[in-house]
Ligand binder design. Structure first.
Ligand SMILES: Nc1ncnc2c1ncn2[C@@H]1O[C@H](COP(=O)(O)OP(=O)(O)OP(=O)(O)O)[C@@H](O)[C@H]1O
Length: 678
């Protein structure tokens, strides 16, 4: 078995498992080895039922003392069994596992391991793992990898496959010279890949994580430099210079730009009229008004006779930008087009023609904008929204479609300047460090679930004033059955019912989640922005960029499951207008650490401060940090937690970049991301 082989060459993987794995993007042995665990669990010794603590992951050694009861609830099969030890009884519950009916028998002894909750007066474990006591004792005190799954595949299956694929890791060729490895104390590649799946101990796991983070940073930095050197040689072929028109456009806006926005606009206009190609990052906290800066750029490009595109990370956001830009540009006779993946073939074809003929000046879209079929007429400016959601490669591809258009990247990720310079070495940076005038600071509160009723009555008060509300529910992580959809739909139904019975009337509560069709999502967001929906219950699909200044309450359920930066992004959906806004973080856990972490949000509305505090609070055991919003740029690397590796990657790139490039080429088997070169 070698790295490029299909996963079906791994022992125990048949067509069905292979099909499920393909949904996770795993096709080859090397894909599997690069499919890193989401977290690890180490199985502790079982505790007595009376000593169980809710919200914790624990194990109990108990005797089954009931038959398995199987019920059907809203399309789900629920299996329930009771078990006891000398100190008490516990309820054990699984979704969609009807086969358990004949698996457990009264009198048998098992160890159950899972998250503990207290429901209907009894300690409960939902979806616990189960082991015979002998089997369990083999597991204790060993780090077990836990992988993100999809229906049809369990974390255990992935674990087993990864173990069987492990010998292939020795085929990975390290691109880092040995002296560099030892100088910087970096683990070698084959060992790191093996250890990230099956660490011998915490020490080795830390080293492995650092190594993989290093690779991600190194790849990113070298791509960035490549992009920069590609740009450096080009003279500005798209001179965009129309200060007078821009001045009038800005004057006619319904608000006055802040000084920070004006500075960013000035930087951008200077670049685009200079003799070099612009490559600029606009960084600004949530709601600081980055979009209008981009709009000014697109306006300037259009007025100067160039096409401009703005590429959004999601379709929903693309549609929102499209509407805004269309309304802003129409009076000037600038035509705006939309191109997204969910448009019909015919609609797309017409748009391709308009783009090619130059009948549209500003094109808003998603990844569809970089498809081969799209030919631009005179592409002069490319705006990408939220750098993190686009790889450098995609950016490059879009850039290649014009001669050498200007690039503007917008990011709300609060990165300290020193790190930003390393990360975006190729970009000039404008920071919008000022919020529009008249914004009232958001009022925040962190509460536990007992407060939910009070929160609901508060929400109703806001609704009665004609304001609107977001409620965000997290994805139920790692649950193979109850996915986020079930979670938000169920929550919505319950909320509707509660509000109807307590407040009467007909309050429009609607749910929104990522699995809905684009049209459906857009229709719901339209209804939310025109006010016909009062309460929007949503997964984090609303996290990036959605703008409805009339929304005044953001309530986040199970806030403890989110990273602080992500919560800050979510909070950024309110307080975007002149109304006093509120954010309620409902925590499902009450322990001191959780509450302290969440209280950071109560203390400040400043993204930089929050990112800094988040970093300080991460314990040494938080190898992966908490996945932050949009941080899909790196699977493992965390620019805060692994800042030392980021700096090392920069230094090694400077000192050994050329030698490393040669090695990669000579050894010719794997690139920096260890993917087979096809
Ligand atoms: N100078 C300003 N004065 C008043 N309102 C403004 C100003 N600039 C922007 N706005 C408004 O503020 C809201 C937020 O702006 P925008 O959507 O551009 O934020 P953003 O920086 O892109 O935030 P996010 O990162 O959260 O998407 C919008 O409703 C916008 O019209």
């Amino acid at each position: 078995m070698v790295l490029g082989d299909s996963i079906k060459t791994i022992k125990g993987i048949g067509d069905k498992t292979a099909a499920a794995m393909s949904k996770l993007g795993i096709y080859t042995v090397s894909d599997l080895l690069m499919y890193y665990p989401r977290t690890y669990i180490s199985y502790e010794d079982p505790v007595d039922i009376e000593n169980l603590q809710t919200g914790m992951r624990q194990s109990v050694r108990v005797m089954i003392n009931s038959r398995v009861e199987v019920r059907k609830v809203r399309g789900l099969t629920i299996s329930i069994v009771y078990a006891k030890d000398f100190s008490g009884t516990i309820k054990l519950m699984w979704f969609n596992c009807p086969f358990l009916r004949n698996f457990f028998h009264i009198g048998q002894e098992f160890v159950f391991s899972g998250e503990v909750s207290y429901k209907s007066g009894m300690m409960t474990m939902t979806q616990p793992e189960y082991y015979t006591p002998d089997k369990y004792s083999e597991l204790t005190n060993v780090w077990q990898p836990v992988y993100t799954v999809t229906p049809g595949i369990t974390s255990k299956t992935i674990q087993k496959a990864a173990r069987n694929a492990l010998p292939a890791a020795s085929g990975l060729v390290d691109y880092l010279p040995e002296d560099v490895l030892s100088e910087y104390g970096i683990m070698d590649l084959p060992e790191a890949v093996a250890s990230i799946h099956f660490p011998a101990d915490e020490y080795h796991l830390k080293l492995a994580v650092k190594r993989i983070a290093f690779d991600e940073f190194y790849g990113f930095i070298s791509d960035m430099h490549r992009l920069k050197s590609d740009f450096a040689g080009y003279r500005n072929e798209c001179v965009i210079s129309c200060d007078e028109e821009v001045r009038r456009f800005i004057e006619k806006l319904s608000f006055t730009l802040t000084n920070a926005q004006m500075n960013a606009v000035r930087d951008m206009l200077e670049d685009m009229s200079s003799d070099h190609v612009m490559n600029r990052l606009i960084q600004g906290d949530v709601g600081s008004g980055k979009t209008i800066v981009a709009a000014v750029g697109l306006f300037a490009a259009a007025v100067s006779g160039w096409q401009g595109v703005i590429m959004a990370p999601t379709e929903v956001l693309a549609v929102q930008h499209y509407k805004e830009l269309h309304a802003q540009f129409e009076p000037y006779g600038i035509s705006v087009g939309l191109l997204t993946g969910s448009m019909t073939v015919k609609e797309k074809r017409l748009m391709y023609q308009d783009i090619k003929n130059g009948d549209v000046s500003v094109i808003v879209g998603t990844h569809a904008l970089i498809q081969d079929k799209v030919e631009y007429n005179r592409l002069g400016l490319v705006v990408t929204d939220e750098q993190h959601r686009f790889g450098v490669k995609q950016r490059e591809k879009l850039t290649e479609k014009g001669g050498h258009p200007h690039t503007l990247v917008m990011s709300a990720t609060p990165i300290p300047r020193t790190l930003a310079i390393i990360m975006y070495g190729d970009l000039d940076i404008s920071v919008i460090d000022e919020l529009p005038a008249g914004r009232i600071p958001i009022k925040n509160c962190v509460v536990d679930e007992s407060y939910r009723k009070t929160a609901q009555s508060f929400i109703m008060k806001e609704v009665s004033k004609g304001h609107q509300v977001y409620i965000v529910c997290p994805m139920v992580e790692a649950s193979e059955v109850l996915d986020d959809v079930a979670n938000v739909t169920e929550y919505t139904e319950e909320l509707r019912e509660t509000l109807r019975s307590q407040y009467g009337g007909d309050i429009q509560v609607t749910c929104l989640h990522g699995k809905m069709k684009a049209d459906e999502k857009n229709a719901i967001l339209d209804d939310f922005s025109n006010g016909s929906i009062s309460i929007l219950v949503s997964t984090t699909v609303i996290e990036v960029g959605i703008n409805n200044p009339n929304a005044t309450v953001m309530m986040v359920e199970n806030a403890e499951r989110f990273g602080l930066a992500q919560l800050h992004q979510l909070r950024g959906r309110v307080g975007r207008g002149k109304l006093q806004s509120y954010c309620i973080f409902v925590s499902g856990k009450k322990d001191k650490d959780t509450m302290e972490r969440l209280e950071v949000l109560e203390k400040s509305n400043d993204g930089f401060y929050i990112a800094g505090e988040d970093l300080k609070m991460r314990g040494p055991g938080d190898f992966f940090g908490i996945r932050q919003s949009g941080e899909v740029m790196f699977k493992i690397g965390d620019i805060y937690n692994h800042a030392d590796m980021l700096k090392a990657a920069q230094k090694i790139y400077e000192d050994h970049g050329a030698e490393i490039d040669r090695t990669i080429e000579e050894k010719g088997i794997y690139n920096r991301y260890f993917q087979p070169v096809l």
